[in-house]
Design a binder for this molecule. Structure first.
Ligand code: SF4
Ligand code: SF4
Length: 271
């Protein structure tokens, strides 16, 4: 193989986009309502670059190493269910789904285990300021997992990819944060004021967003009613209701209009 061809192959996009179709623990703390809604509505994510995929794969590999180190330190961890799958819980008729890295015990009480890895600068920020200040996304991920597993503490572990240092932190269940998450989930399911986090496409948060083309450009995605602006989930139901045809939204029709989030009115409008 020629060296140039090898470099090209390593840079090529490796994974076509996928459709999430749920709200996960890792998205509920995302600052953008629209991002969560695009996931829930099953919009096709942008293809993942080979480099990004390798970062994710490395994170998975490191998780195994962290579990090994924690066990060697004396912690008992149950990482999988009897059928070999990850521990999982669902709510809202399966529209909210959480997976955890393991179940363990701290101070004689059950705890969720959540493992991340980070570069030195992010790891140091976490280590100095603690999880709640470091990342609302990770913090809310832990809260959602604790709520759905009915476990009131979460052992959060972060592995530093530069020097293999480990940060461990016990996150406590916060009922106010969980109430906020439930309120947010209700609003997104029922499509009540699902806003963009940004006021303009140049916003740094939108630059690498998987849904940028739907959100700010004219790209439309039609798989089924799920991507249509005329429907929303009925309260506490898995069914989508079409407000235009006044029926369950289970078959797309000619009146399909691609769903769009609402403009963020709290910041400067895009020009
Ligand atoms: S492009 Fe920006 S505003 Fe739109 S979903 Fe992504 S992060 Fe949110
Ligand atoms: S039935 Fe037609 S208008 Fe209603 S949600 Fe489906 S595609 Fe949209």
């Amino acid at each position: 193989m020629k060296l140039d061809a090898l470099q090209d192959a390593l840079n090529r996009e490796t994974q076509s986009g996928y459709r999430a179709k749920t709200i996960s623990a890792s998205t509920i703390g995302h600052e953008c309502d629209a991002y969560i809604a695009y996931n829930l509505r099953g919009f096709l994510r942008a293809p993942r670059q080979a480099r990004s995929q390798r970062i994710l794969d490395l994170g998975q590999t490191l998780e195994t190493e962290v579990v090994r180190a924690l066990r060697a330190a004396g912690l008992e961890i149950d990482t999988h269910q009897n059928d070999g799958s990850q521990h999982m819980r669902t709510a809202y008729n399966g529209l909210v789904k959480v997976l955890c890295d393991g179940l363990t015990t701290i101070d004689g009480k059950p705890a969720i285990l959540e493992i991340k890895s980070a570069n030195k600068s992010r790891w140091t920020d976490l280590h100095e300021y603690g999880l709640e200040l470091h990342s609302q996304t990770y913090w809310m991920q832990c809260q959602l997992m604790m709520w759905l597993f009915c476990i009131k503490q979460c052992l959060f572990v972060s592995y530093c990819k530069d020097d293999s240092a480990m940060h461990v932190e016990l996150v406590r269940y916060d009922e106010f944060d969980v109430a906020w998450a439930k309120h947010r989930i209700d609003g997104i399911l029922e499509d009540r004021e699902t806003h963009r986090c940004a006021a303009e496409p140049q916003d740094w948060r939108c630059k690498a967003c998987d849904f940028r083309q739907y959100c700010w450009e004219d790209k439309a995605d039609l798989l089924n009613c799920r991507q249509c602006a005329n429907c929303a989930y009925e309260h506490n139901s898995q069914s989508l209701w079409c407000n235009r045809n006044n029926r369950e939204a289970n078959a797309a029709c000619d009146e399909f209009a691609c769903w769009k989030p609402q403009q963020n009115n709290y910041r400067r409008q895009a020009t």
